[in-house]
Structure formats: structure tokens, C-alpha cells
Write a protein that binds this ligand. Sequence first.
Ligand SMILES: [Ca+2]
Ligand SMILES: [Ca+2]
Length: 191
Amino acid sequence: MGNAQSGGIPREILDDLKLTTRFSEADITQWYDNFQKQCPTGRITLQQFEEIYGKFFPDSDAKTYAQHVFRSFDANDDGTLDFQEYVVALHMTSSGKSTSKLEWAFSLFDVDKNGYVTKSEVIELSQALFQLIPKEKQANLPSDESTPEKRAEKLWAIFDKKDSERIAEGEFIQAVQESEIALRLIQYDHK
Ligand SMILES: [Ca+2]
Ligand SMILES: [Ca+2]
């Protein structure tokens, strides 16, 4: 039963990742092989991570967003991610609204990791997300979503907080679960 080593990835890691991310065995195995080639040390640096994001977003500027994503997964702040952290990062950044994805989205917005999201953090992430949108798409956005600042205002209004207030994780998750607009504003959808 399941002793086969697919492409060198330890079975335990493969099973664990299949369970957490629902990615297919074939995809994970393929990424593992690529990861081993690109990162022989078994760890990916911020710079490599930015390069991968750059390939995902050839028509926009993903660098700032990539830095935020990296920060949110580099729990021990050592400037590297291992393969499992890397795949979970890919999974979390794909669109969706499961609780685990929204918990992660909260940690993405909580730039200073103090357990709350302030309006200035919302503005900071709105700017990073906006840079992911290709220029020609930016031109066609609705007028109340056409700049990072407007998008931050719109999102903050859904959170129903004063400018000086902050939002806790539970409130953040609830607001996004109840509002398709909020969900759309906290993530970039390739469609
Ligand atoms: Ca780390
Ligand atoms: Ca914070």
C-alpha cells in the first residue's frame, strides 16, 4: 500500500499536501521535482519566490504582492520557505473562501502580525493587489474600484469600521464570507 515513491517526494509530505490543498498527486510530484531542481537546498528564497510570481503574472507587477505572500508564510522569519510551505502558499493564494483560505488572507493583510488589520494595512494590500491587475484591465474597472485607494475605501466600508479602528480575524472572516464584493477585493482572480 502506497510505498511507491513518486518522483522522490517523501510519501508523508505528499499525503499531507494532498489532504491540505486538494492538489493532485501528479501536480505536487511535478512541482516537487521542479522545486528540487531550482532550490537544491530544499528552501526557496524571497528572490526566487518573486521570480516565480513574475512568471505567473507576466502582464503586471507581482513583486510587492509576492513579498506580502512570502512574509505571511515565513512564520519563523528566516527568509526562506520549505517545499511544504511553498505549496501551501500556492494553494492559499488561489481564489476561494474556505475558512483556512480566509484565515490566511487575514494573515496576509495583518502586515505587522499583531492580530488585527488596520485601514492602513488594507490600503497597503490593496496597492499590492492592484499591481497584479494587468494595465488594460485596470482601465476597465468600475469607477469605485479604479484605484487602490478606492478599493481600500470600499473594503473598509464593508468591514464597517471607523478609520481609527481595527478589525479582528473573526470579524474579517465573517465579513468576507458574507460579502462577495469583499471576497473579490481581498484576492486577485485571474479570470
Ligand atoms: Ca521560514
Ligand atoms: Ca496588524
